[in-house]
Design a protein around this ligand. Structure first.
Ligand code: PBG
Ligand code: ZN
Length: 344
């Protein structure tokens, strides 16, 4: 009787029962606002000069560094394609480092060789993207060129983006579909677009790490790449974690400079940023980088045996998509593609 009175007094319950949409898994899927699909994943790949065989990565369990021209690398790409993961982002470790990071634009550099090898073996089927930065190639470990100034050591912007242009052209020559500048230098997209166009690579796209924060979540990656700055930190070029709206500014600048895809990085502590960017500029394809520390957190938690890894992984990826990311760069890509096959 009290229920009837409640209804009569104007409350929607019990006529509206939200749970009706949660009974059948088919209905749950029918009305799901977010859908995960392997085609939205980008799988990071690591290659290193001089390796004889794949080397397991301590900070990224389940992942390896590959010799640039290895059977195993091509097999991994082909396994991914079979699972519906078609996009790849390649990082390289050179055999030699110097101040300039000149191996980054060498035609014999690890990433250039890997791209040529993949192209030779599998043609244009996989989408091959390549990271553009100097930190893994320089002896100082910074993403640009440090210089002594009256205010202390600063990273020189304009000389650095000139180098990014050279790196990008050499990656395009090797057969990259997209280049992905991650150095957070001002004007890097404009410089790269210009260099690519002048070299005739008008069809090669730019996925820009537009809003990349100075984050502790890169720890495992830096261990893998041995790319930590040898002095100082990256806070004079990467974004301050306290800022949300500044991400919109960074994305707009990159859009004007000619970025085809923009990015927010990391993803999990920055879901509000992803959402802000997507709502501000919905027509611009947005990627989010689910970074190494985020991946390792789940692996470490699962190792304790107190959480279900697969559930956590799909929940994390769903949250990134729900926040507004169109694409997700993630070390979970293959496991997630596998899980999506069997779930639902
Ligand atoms: C460097 C770079 C970093 C990542 C990709 N490119 C981190 C850094 O600033 O040191 C992070 C990737 C990850 O943590 O998964 N330009
Ligand atoms: Zn860098």
């Amino acid at each position: 009787a009290w229920l009837r009175e409640l209804a009569a007094s104007g409350f929607s319950f019990p006529r509206v029962r939200a749970r009706r949409l949660r009974i059948h898994p088919g209905v749950r899927s029918l009305v799901a606002e977010t859908r995960l699909d392997p085609s939205m994943f980008i799988l990071p790949l690591f290659v290193e000069d001089g390796l004889k065989s794949p080397k397991p990565l301590r900070g990224l369990p389940g992942h390896y560094k590959y010799p640039p021209e290895s059977r195993e690398l091509v097999e991994l790409v082909s396994r991914a394609l079979d699972l519906g993961v078609r996009n790849f982002l390649i990082f390289g470790t050179p055999g030699m480092r110097n101040f300039e990071g000149s191996e980054a634009w060498s035609p014999r550099g690890p990433v250039q060789r890997a791209i040529r090898f993949i192209r030779g073996e599998m043609g244009w089927k996989p989408v091959v993207m390549a990271d553009v930065c100097l930190c893994g190639y320089t002896d100082h470990g910074h993403c640009g060129y440090p210089r002594e100034t009256p205010r202390g050591v600063l990273i020189e912007n304009d000389r650095s983006i000139e180098a990014y242009g050279r790196v990008s052209v050499s990656l395009a020559e090797a057969g990259a579909d997209f280049v992905a500048p991650s150095g957070m230098m001002d004007g890097q997209v404009a410089a790269i677009r210009r260099a690519l166009d002048e070299a005739g690579y008008t069809e090669v796209g730019i996925m820009s790490y537009s809003a990349k924060y100075a984050s502790g979540f890169y720890g495992p990656f830096r261990d893998v790449m041995d790319s930590s700055p040898r002095f100082g930190d990256r806070r004079s070029y990467q974004m301050d974690p306290r800022n949300r709206f500044e991400a919109v500014k960074e994305v707009l600048l990159d859009a004007v400079e000619g970025a085809d895809i923009v990015m927010v990085k990391p993803a999990l502590s920055y879901l509000d940023v992803i959402s802000e960017v997507k709502r501000s500029i919905p027509w611009l394809p947005l990627a989010a980088y689910n970074v190494s520390g985020e991946y390792l957190m789940l692996k470490a938690a699962a190792e304790k045996g107190l959480v279900d890894y697969e559930t956590l992984m799909l929940e994390v990826l769903t949250s990134i998509a729900r926040a507004g990311a169109d694409a997700v760069i993630t070390y979970h890509a293959l496991e997630a593609a596998e899980a999506l096959k069997s779930s639902k």
